[in-house]
Design a protein around this ligand. Sequence first.
Ligand code: BDR
Ligand code: CA
Length: 321
Amino acid sequence: MTRKILIDTDTASDDAVALIMALRSPLVSVEGITVAAGNCPLEQAVSNALYTAELCNSKVPVFSGAAKPLMRELQLADWFHGKDGLGDHGYKPSHRTAETEPASDAIVRIANANPGIELVTLGPLTNIAEALSKDPGIVQNISRCVVMGGNPVCEGNVTPAAEFNIYVDPEAARKVFHSGLAVEMVGWQLCRGEAVFNEADIARLRALKTDLADFAIDSNSTAMQALKTQTGEIGICLPDPTAMGILLQPELCLASSNHYVEIESTSEITRGMTVVDLLNVTKDERNSGIWAQAHAKPRTHICWKLDVPRWKDTVATSLSC
Ligand code: BDR
Ligand code: CA
């Protein structure tokens, strides 16, 4: 049976590959794409979502949402994805436009109309936090919430402590992680090392000779340079497709465990850090204040290990025609 899913994104180059994976998968039906500002300004992110849907011959509704985080100024990732989020290749905008319904209203409506729907988030969590404020009851109808965000081993890609999606809107992230949604955290570390699409992997995608494969590689050209500058790794890292792979095929996550996760939102040094209670010390008598209350709060399912070869196959299959 086809599963229903909802995607929230700040559509840049790796988001676009994740959208292609979902729109071309026989396993799921995408009920909507909601967009928030993050990697690029809102209007650009919406345009990129529409463009990617069109490349997939999909008429999926696209909803425009938050233009900035709940309480902060927006910080972009144009230094990583290019000014247009897609590597600045001058892709022509789609003829379609976004729906008039705001993204957070659409999330509430679609979740309540489709009990059991699965949600995957690929950007800052502003739209989801707004939807939860409008109707906290959506938690009962969303069976999974796969979040590309954070880093449970504290290796940040924006600051030493924080990954981009959580850093940009930590207040929204905190709301989502503590909402009771069944959060599955796909941290940034999972798309590093072996998971980077190296030169051989890129050659394999090019050999597919499809428009989708070319787009996936070309739109990530700026990101590839930026990754090399930041980490020394040569290739394309794909955090959002990692989360999408796990959404589509949960068995791609080979090791996971449940923990209390707190989101730092007040410190200047560790803003947006995902603080994981790995050893369950929040329940120790020694702990008081916020930590004493923590063990009564929802746990987050953290994925620690990705089945890299199978995941790369899934990405390649989605680009193969
Ligand atoms: C996340 O931030 C963005 O650059 C990517 O699209 C991904 O969602 C990785 O930190
Ligand atoms: Ca993203």
